[in-house]
Design a protein around this ligand. Sequence first.
Ligand code: PMP
Length: 448
Amino acid sequence: MTNDTPYLFYQSRNPRPFLDHGEGIYLFDESGKRYIDGSSGAMVSNIGHSNPRVLAKMKAQMDKATFGYRLHFRTHPSEDLAAKTVAMCPKGLDRVFFVSGGSEAVESAVKLARQYALATGQGGRYKVISRFPSYHGCTFGALDLTGYEPLRAPFAPMMEGMPKITAPTTYLDRDNLTEDERGIRYAELLRERIEEAGPDTVLAFLMEPVGGASTGALVAPDSYYQRTREICDEYGVLLIYDEVMTGAGRTGTFLAAEHWGITPDIVALSKGFGAGYAPLGAIVASSRLVEPVLDAGGFQHGFTYAGNPLACAAGLAVLEELEDQNIIENAALMGALLKRRLEDLMAHFPFIGDVRGKGLLLAFELVADRGTMRPLAKELNAYTRLVEIAYDLGLIIYSRRTRGGLEGDHFLICPPLIITEPQIDELMELLEASLTRLADEIMPAASE
Ligand code: PMP
């Protein structure tokens, strides 16, 4: 692998062009080539690129102050963003703490949970149960909670090794249960793990309500959400939703939790919250948790850049845009349409084994055999090949090879939430052309 730049993170085998500018759902490289941003970067650019109203509000803030340390000044952008966030979240989530990214949000959620336990005489609780597969971030705390071995394994000896349960990969199950029964069966794994770990030692359960990069838009049966909430209540375990990817409208509601009427105890937000206009994240929690922590001396945690006025002005402008332009409603509508269009592809491409997701957090999975969901051979590298072919044609999509205990190739289709129907036609045309090329390339080999 050649690396002719001092930039450590530039190490792609296929050198990428320099980005020139963005406009709505499109990105342009320096040669003028146009790409549909079919994954919103890494499911970030929810309101599209170069939104003029957001840029104007950011510029107005830039002219005043780009930084003011939170211990020295209150700022209107941070106060206003906190109020707006609470107003957009379900009732009961009424306190906000700002960070600069998703890993920081997850770390902060867990640390708030722990300080709540300490402040309420439950110091024995420290274990956080999460799921496999999952992705929660790359800092040590968040990584220990991440069920994605390629990233976690090198550092395993340096971490506590927090308990995991299997995520509900029900689409792979070939049993006679109903969806509801499957949901309950997977949820009951949480009870088993709590009992095994020792109920008095379990602090929290952390989950992505709709899986992201790790599982490819995995949605659980409805019963799963209800039952996991009940189990947490029963054992006094805090329920943390990692909505870093699903939050800020991505699934067609502000929080994905709203689809199931669940109020988590703490929610982690990032990605679409700053929507690519600023490195921004937040945790939103109930004052029931926050008050005891404040009474016990305050939240012993904080990042230098947290709550800075420029990032918060950007975040506030993003949330205002979501509301003013009815973008979340559009995500629900366009998401349903795009999902149907992806399902239609299954008639033409037998190697599409599953289409799933909610709102505009959608994915499809490629398999060798739809009946058994046997994955394509790893050597075919379908997950990288399709991304390359699509990129060539001017469509950016996001892929991973992993799932459950098995291995498979899934592709996230997550355009900005402002996408229109004609733009979905355009995206689908490029995707279909990409899949046709992939089929020509790999199908002879796949059927050998
Ligand atoms: N949680 C989830 C669900 C994510 O998808 C991600 C990023 N892919 C993170 C946490 C970590 O966010 P960041 O990369 O901003 O630290």
